[in-house]
Design a protein around this ligand. Structure first.
Ligand SMILES: Cc1cc2nc3c(=O)[nH]c(=O)nc-3n(C[C@H](O)[C@H](O)[C@H](O)COP(=O)(O)OP(=O)(O)OC[C@H]3O[C@@H](n4cnc5c(N)ncnc54)[C@H](O)[C@@H]3O)c2cc1C
Length: 420
């Protein structure tokens, strides 16, 4: 291997996880000349990266644990239609993570997290367009902006600081009233008093197909894709040299763990534990909604989003803490239909299809993009929470820099695996 001069022609990298983060990382490593193996227990792009809302939103720089959010949590938990659920039995397990989440919500920490997210997210649309072009699916990336809606003055006003941060980071943010909202999206019910309109935001109309296309392109460039579950490692003085999988052992040279919400189970085995929780989210696909929206639309009070996808209108959102193993609570997906019938003038919800995914959530809303402090040949790319489609392509670029020993384009200190 020849990492010293920035190429990997003689070196090999195994990536665990073929979601948007792992597949993007594979493409960047291949472009650097590494040989790559992509291992996933499921089909590439079939897990969380399949069913998200498709937003590629550089302006999403405000961490989840803001003071506004923390104040609303008790009310949400009591509201049967509310955007947040915590299974009682799961509370003891989630509590340490929740305490870190609350601690991440101080003004000083929010300012730091937001600065880090702004640097990470600045080039995200270009970064996806570049990979999508390489994979022959540039038509899947759109630049049609983002509309964020408010039903009450109070909620709109409480997000003023967030808007200020986005503007300070260079994003063009317009504030709209009811008439302008109706002009942009005529299918909406006339219940919205305010909106934030971000013209320079992007989306994909098929996140599953985008991820699959990246993985397919990686295969075309020589990547071996193995369907097997990573179970553990054999570790020697130079770090992990063997990966135990459900299909037998694999020799390891360099390793990237990009296994989404399941990543900390693996990183922990290498001595790099990390507080990662699954924020389970749901979607409903409406194949014949009767209208289209032109860009992702988010509903602030109800905490869900809608995006017109290739196969219909997707309603996506809600957060549920119940762990990786619990069966889906489909009632949470059904509640999205109730919201849809209230926020659109008319919507056909027949033949709706439900889906659940596991957001890999960190307490401070920052992903882990990091080398291992214990093993020179191990790297981590996980924990993108609500923004993994957005951050997937740039994460691959930064991981490729770390693997090659190049200076990353941005300061990756806030994304270190050992920050907790
Ligand atoms: C309802 C909802 C809406 C969302 N909307 C958006 C949005 O609009 N914009 C946005 O940017 N983000 C959004 N997200 C978040 C985004 O989907 C995730 O952050 C992103 O998909 C995470 O990608 P990933 O590659 O890390 O994980 P995944 O896509 O989950 O991929 C991880 C892969 O690792 C594999 N794996 C795990 N463990 C093992 C193992 N032991 N062995 C082998 N393979 C393993 C899994 O099978 C999986 O394929 C949304 C999420 C949800 C749930």
């Amino acid at each position: 291997m020849n990492a010293e001069n920035g190429t990997g022609r003689d070196g090999h990298v195994t990536i665990i996880g073929a979601g948007i983060v792992g597949a993007s990382t594979a493409l960047h490593l291949l472009q650097d000349g590494w040989r790559v193996t992509l291992l996933d227990s499921e089909a590439p792009g079939s897990q969380t990266s399949y069913g998200n809302a498709g937003a590629i939103s550089p302006q999403s720089i405000n961490p989840m644990a803001g003071p506004g959010m923390l104040k609303q949590i008790p009310g949400w938990l009591l509201d049967p239609l509310g955007p947040l659920a915590l299974r009682k039995r799961y509370l003891p397990k989630a509590l340490p993570w929740l305490m870190k989440f609350v601690a991440a919500g101080t003004p000083a920490r929010i300012a730091d997290q937001s600065k880090a997210l702004a640097a990470l997210h600045a080039p995200v649309i270009d970064a996806h367009e570049e990979l999508a072009e390489l994979a022959g699916v540039k038509h899947l990336i759109h630049r049609q902006g983002w509309l964020s809606l408010y039903e009450t003055d109070a909620n709109f006003n409480s997000d003023a600081t967030g808007r200020q941060r986005m503007r300070a980071a260079g994003h063009e943010i317009h504030e709209l009233g009811p008439e302008e909202i109706a002009q942009l999206e005529p299918g909406l019910a006339p219940i919205f008093k305010h909106a934030t309109w971000v013209p320079n935001s992007g989306h994909t109309a098929n996140p599953g197909a985008l991820t699959e296309a990246y993985a397919r392109q990686a295969a075309a460039m020589g990547t071996e894709i193995i369907q097997a579950k990573a179970l553990g490692f054999e570790v020697g003085p130079d770090g992990p040299h063997t990966l135990k999988t459900s299909q037998g052992d694999l020799k390891l040279d360099r390793l990237v763990i990009a296994a989404g919400a399941w990543s900390a189970r693996l990183s922990q085995q290498l001595g790099d534990g990390f507080p990662l929780e699954s924020e389970r989210g749901y979607h409903m696909m409406l194949p014949n909604p009767g209208f289209t929206t032109r860009r992702p639309v988010s509903f602030n009070e109800r905490k869900f989003m809608t995006t017109t996808m290739e196969k219909g209108l997707r309603l996506a959102g809600t957060v549920e803490f119940a762990g990786l193993e619990a069966p889906p609570t489909w009632g949470r997906a059904d509640k999205l239909l109730t919201h849809a019938s209230q926020v659109f003038r008319e919507v056909d919800t027949s033949d709706a299809e439900r889906w659940m995914g596991q957001r890999p959530a960190t307490p401070d809303s920052l992903p882990v993009i990091s080398g291992s402090p214990h093993h020179a040949r191990v790297f981590y790319a996980f924990g993108h929470g609500h923004l993994g489609l957005t951050g997937g392509a740039v994460t691959g670029r930064h991981i490729a820099a770390l693997v090659a020993g190049r200076d990353p384009e941005i300061d990756l200190t806030p994304f270190r695996v050992d920050r907790y």
